[in-house]
Write a protein that binds this ligand. Structure first.
Ligand SMILES: Nc1ncnc2c1ncn2[C@@H]1O[C@H](COP(=O)(O)OP(=O)(O)OP(=O)(O)O)[C@@H](O)[C@H]1O
Ligand SMILES: C[C@@](O)(CCO)CC(=O)[O-]
Ligand SMILES: [Mg+2]
Length: 385
């Protein structure tokens, strides 16, 4: 039996970083997915194989070796989501080091630790082959780590005893609410290994889809009534969410009062975002006025993100370029490079978008659009294998 799970990436419309410190963020899923396929092998095959297609790395461990390395910690197998201790991470690092992890890709190792933790905790020591591939750029602000953890958790839980699914269903199906919550909680444990201190917004929007508001670990669904179109520009400048989040925390401990004011201002922006997108446009004039307001909110949010130290020259370049076309932009996700959102008002001409894309392309940036909103994590069973 083989199961495939897919989980969407996301854009943060307002409130990244502030959300780590208990302030509100608004995020939406996008229609770009990370796909995990999981096939259990027969017991005599005795290996766990992990193929990470996007980063070009393959791993293969014997089940015996995994047991040996983890045995002094007791069985990690757990039917309830549990955090990975520092001591366990050290043992997982031994398993990864034994596979001669390339030095140039060492920043990606935490994703493999997260896999090993979720795998051994949810499925125990069953031999299997797991393949991961994604439509999302890895490490660029579109929630690749969350989509990775959500799709992994979903595939593993689908073949575990913790959830009972109707395996006879054909095509993609969604989880029931309580099962989706379990997927989300396990994915959060994976995100902790990759991010250090995730707020939980990314794994929640990837699990549940659509537009959400998130504050202090609590998700509220937002009923968006506005047609939203964003141009996404990948500056291709590499960054690491864990380091950026840690830098903001350090700045907050150096300037607690100033940072508190900035984070409060970001929260006000998130709240206004959610009010505006929930309102019903009575006519075109009303829609344009709301689009203008959202553009201004994006500019203010970006200014505040600059003030907390997470912008980058490449991001500022995208902002200035889009401003020439009177379009508002902000970074999305952790910043420091990665992706920038530009709001495309309903009545913008295709010619203007083409010119902007061409100009951004001349700097080596890559532009694309993605559908905003849509379903969260889904699974599909293949009965032929
Ligand atoms: N498709 C994938 N294959 C393997 N590892 C992945 C994949 N997607 C994400 N990862 C893991 O997630 C890490 C990137 O996570 P990071 O949080 O830094 O970026 P992001 O999630 O894309 O951006 P943001 O958190 O700002 O939305 C990688 O270093 C890797 O460990
Ligand atoms: C930077 C951050 O706020 C969003 C990353 O997409 C981190 C988090 O919320 O976990
Ligand atoms: Mg991430």
């Amino acid at each position: 039996m083989e199961v495939t799970a897919r989980a969407p990436g996301k854009i943060i419309l307002a409130g990244e970083h502030a959300v780590v410190h208990g302030y509100t963020a608004v995020a939406s899923s996008i229609d770009l997915y990370t796909v995990v396929s999981l096939r259990l092998r027969s017991e005599d095959e005795d290996t766990v194989k992990l193929k990470l297609n996007d980063i070009g790395l393959d791993f293969s461990w014997s089940v015996g070796r995994i047991k040996e390395v983890l045995s002094h910690l007791g069985s990690p197998f757990s039917s309830t989501p549990t955090s990975c201790s520092l001591e366990t991470i050290k043992s997982l690092a031994t398993l990864v080091d034994e596979q001669s992890f390339p030095e140039t890709k060492i920043g990606l190792a935490s994703g493999v630790y997260a896999f090993l933790w979720l795998y051994t905790s949810i499925l125990g020591f069953k031999p299997a082959t797991v393949t991961v591939s994604s439509e999302l750029p890895v490490g660029a602000g579109l929630g690749s780590s969350a989509a990775y953890c959500v799709s992994l958790s979903a595939a593993l839980l689908a073949l575990s005893d913790s959830v009972k699914l109707d395996v006879s269903q054909k095509g993609w199906s969604t989880f029931k609410e309580t099962e989706a919550e379990l997927v989300n909680k396990w994915a959060f444990e994976g995100e902790k290994i990759i991010h250090g201190r995730p707020s939980g917004v990314d794994n929640s929007v990837s699990t549940f889809g659509n537009v959400i508001k998130f504050k202090s670990g609590v998700m509220t669904r937002v009923d968006s009534n506005m047609p939203l179109k964003m141009l996404i520009t990948n500056t291709k400048v590499g960054r690491d969410t864990k380091a950026l989040v840690a830098n903001v925390s350090a700045r907050k401990s150096r300037h607690p009062d100033a940072m508190c004011s900035v984070l409060n201002a970001i929260e006000a922006i998130s709240d206004e975002w959610s009010t505006i997108i929930q309102s019903h446009a009575v006519d075109d004039l009303y829609l344009s006025a709301n689009e203008e307001k959202l553009g201004e909110l994006m500019e203010m949010n970006q200014g505040l993100l600059l003030s907390i130290g997470v912008s980058h020259a490449s991001i500022e370049n995208v902002l200035q370029t889009s401003m020439k076309y009177k379009l508002a932009s902000k970074l999305t996700g952790a910043g420091g490079g990665g992706c920038v959102l530009t709001l495309l008002p309903t009545h913008i001409s295709g010619e203007v978008i083409d010119k902007l894309v061409e100009e951004l392309g001349s700097f080596g940036f890559q532009c694309f659009s993605a559908g905003i909103g849509g379903k969260g994590v889904q699974i599909s069973f293949d009965h032929s294998s």
